[in-house]
Design a protein around this ligand. Structure first.
Ligand code: SUG
Length: 448
């Protein structure tokens, strides 16, 4: 049976703004308080989805969330009508209003961890929504994420959904941004690679000194158990704490894998040799031939990687077995990175082509091409069981761009977040979106 990697991209929400909310994410911090352009952000994301669809890849779309999250503000003690809740939060605790307005659910690599049916004990595709416990503005995403994923992958014969892990730092889980799957064919059993930043309970693992390590070993292990993965099909590795302290807040900022290949920076991991040997051995057991492409620090520094997001690229398989790398335009702007990429594609190795995308609006908050997509490997039968409303087609692209043009502002600054009209605009837009994507009622304003 045929199988595919389907990329579900997060649609940028109407409140996209630069709140400076993510300590440890260099771009989020350095662009704090700049005004944003939500319309441009959403159109840039849609242009990438359309381009991949036109290249022949399976492409889907994941809906944004209701923002401002008035219910979250109510849980923090703000009361009255919705407009009064927003007004009071703006007056008394602006940082909380900013957090409740973040469009951060657009980075759907953090929405969930997904295990394809070929890896799981019950033969279903398993999803665990990420608790995103490290940052308040992201910790409020998972209930709606679960409802949206449930509406997209509703067929219980093929899809199993797990609630987010307990919302405490020991189980900090950032979803697929720290999870990679290696396999020969997408529909065959593979090796799931979980990268963690620290251990919550075992003091033998070192931790970063400056910035938080968002993903714990214990969270990754819990996800592997929930999904029913076999020990022979799982590899755990620790991220190098020194790179977390240089702004590598997720593994997908310093490594990307696809098929049998891992593309990574020399400084990405601790105990790299042992990890590579384990990946090679476990992939060989399921018939795969592991390949690694290491980018040396002499060619590209960790700082170059963080600024250019070279590794936050999409590594995609082409029909001839070679691979294509989708990179943000910031890679072209960095001479060392661009030279490296020119050498890489002309060397006759696995990665033959690089395609550049303008994702500046997302990049300014630390979100590159790979952050914007959640990969779901599906066989033909499972793909047919996905809600067809969320699969990208030319007409859907047309409807979504028209919807963005109609509802989105082209400028948003912090003061605008206190405007009660913004809430109304967002709800009107999202109500229409759930009809376009055939999701049913998934937002708090639709179900309460
Ligand atoms: O969690 N930025 C996101 C970026 C997530 C990128 N995802 C991956 N690497 N997979 C984060 O730090 C910034 C929001 C703000 O500051 O307004 C933010 O949440």
């Amino acid at each position: 049976m045929k199988s595919y990697e389907v990329n579900f991209d997060g649609l940028v929400g109407p409140t996209h703004n630069y709140g400076g909310l993510s300590y440890g994410n260099v771009a989020s911090q350095s662009n704090s308080q700049q005004s944003s352009n939500p319309k441009e952000a959403a159109l840039q994301g849609l242009a990438k989805m359309k381009a991949l669809m036109e290249m022949g890849f399976q492409q889907g779309v994941l809906a944004p969330q209701e923002r401002p999250d008035v219910a979250a503000l109510r849980r923090l003690g703000f009361s009255g009508t919705d407009a009064q809740v927003i007004e009071r939060a703006a007056k008394e605790a602006m940082p909380l209003l900013v957090a409740s307005c973040s469009a951060s659910s657009m980075w759907v690599a953090n929405a969930a961890t997904v295990s394809p049916s070929a890896d799981t004990a019950d033969g279903r595709v398993h999803f665990t929504a990420a608790n995103l416990n490290c940052k308040y503005h992201r910790s409020i995403e998972h209930p709606t994420t679960s409802r949206v994923l449930g509406a997209m992958f509703a067929d219980q014969q093929h899809f199993a959904h797990h609630a987010a892990l307990p919302a405490v730092a020991q189980f900090g889980d950032e979803g697929a941004a720290n999870h990679t799957r290696f396999c020969r064919e997408y529909g065959e059993a593979g090796v799931e690679f979980f990268v963690f930043g620290r251990s919550a309970f075992d003091t033998r693992y070192p931790a970063p000194q400056k910035y938080p390590a968002r993903q714990t070993l214990e969270a990754s292990q819990a996800v592997a158990r929930l999904h029913g993965l076999r020990d022979e099909g799982v590899v755990y590795a620790q991220q190098n704490p020194a790179v977390i302290d240089q702004g590598v807040f997720h593994n997908d900022v310093i490594a990307v894998g696809n098929g049998e290949a891992l593309f990574y920076h020399e400084d990405a991991f601790l105990d790299t040799e042992q990890m590579l040997a384990e990946l090679q051995g476990k992939l060989a057991r399921v018939g795969g031939k592991f390949q690694s492409i290491c980018v040396p620090r002499s060619a590209v520094t960790v700082d170059d990687a963080v600024r250019s997001y070279l590794f936050n690229s999409q590594l995609l398989s082409r029909p001839d077995g070679s691979m294509l790398l989708i990179v943000p335009q910031e890679c072209q702007a960095n001479e060392r990175v661009w030279n490296y990429l020119q050498g890489l594609t002309s060397s006759g190795g696995l990665i033959r082509e690089v395609k550049v995308f303008d994702l500046k609006q997302s990049m300014q908050n630390g979100g590159g091409p790979a952050c914007l997509r959640l990969r779901v490997a599906l066989n033909e039968t499972e793909l047919a069981a996905v809600n067809p409303g969320v699969i990208m087609t030319a007409p859907l692209y047309g409807s979504l761009t028209a919807w963005v043009e109609k509802h989105y502002r082209d400028r948003l600054s912090e003061n605008d977040l206190a405007d009660p009209k913004l809430l109304l605009e967002c709800r009107t837009a999202l109500d229409e979106l759930t009809q376009i994507l055939k999701l049913g009622s998934v937002y708090p304003f639709q179900i309460n």
